[in-house]
Write a protein that binds this ligand. Structure first.
Ligand code: SAH
Length: 201
């Protein structure tokens, strides 16, 4: 598959043209291991080392769609991994701060983003469950590793008024995307479709 074939496949589930254009514009081959280059445009998760995976494009696109980004948004990406999801987010907003706990992955992600010509993502090595208080509040927060029981409260606290957060949350064996919106009246939480991510540590 190539980027065009991948986007045609995503159309079955994703209707936001801005998100589809963002996926089309990110060279995914920069974010996979060299030996996976032939599979770079498959709609599948792929290994990126240390037992972690680059997320499946359908899921990346779906999460971007749920965040309803606008060009001025400041976005936090937790569990940046290969940097691919952050790259797609970066096409839809002003700036992305990506936090990745694995130093080697964080270093590789920064390198891959630079090689892809993306200059509005800052990658930080650290514990993303704590958010990034020095840059908060964020208009949107994307979490790519599964929290047990609930979204970490530090992340919800770092959402701006009108801000949106999407995260996989597991209760027992039931793992789903949860969408959190900060309204004037408080936080609104909605559980959506089932997903599968690596655990948030
Ligand atoms: N968004 C990534 C997917 C990475 S998989 C991509 O597009 O490639 C999830 C990542 O979350 C892994 O790299 C893992 O190391 C990281 N992770 C897990 N717990 C974390 C934490 N507490 N803080 C930051 N990163 C974390």
């Amino acid at each position: 598959m190539d980027a065009e074939a991948l986007v045609s496949k995503l159309r079955a589930r994703i209707s936001d043209e801005r998100v589809l254009a963002a996926v089309r514009s990110v060279p995914r081959e920069h974010f996979v291991a060299p030996e996976q280059a032939a599979s770079a445009y498959d709609d599948a998760p792929l290994p990126i080392g240390n037992g972690q995976t680059i997320s499946q494009p359908t899921v990346v696109a779906r999460m971007c769609e749920l965040l309803e980004l606008v060009g001025t948004d400041r976005v936090l990406d937790v569990g940046t991994g290969s940097g691919y999801h952050a790259a797609v987010l970066s096409r839809l907003c002003a700036h992305v701060w990506g936090v990745e706990r694995d130093r080697r992955l964080a270093r590789n992600a920064a390198r891959a983003l630079a090689a892809a010509g993306i200059d509005n993502v800052t990658v930080i090595a650290g514990d993303g469950a704590l958010g990034l208080p020095e840059e908060a509040p964020f208009d949107a927060i994307n979490v790519a590793a599964t929290a047990r029981r609930a979204v970490p409260s530090a992340l919800e606290e770092q959402l701006a008024l009108g801000g949106r957060l999407v995260a996989p949350v597991a209760r027992g064996d039931d793992e789903r995307l949860v969408l959190v919106c900060r309204r004037a009246k408080g936080l609104e939480r909605r559980a959506l479709e089932p997903v599968r991510f690596v655990p948030l540590r």
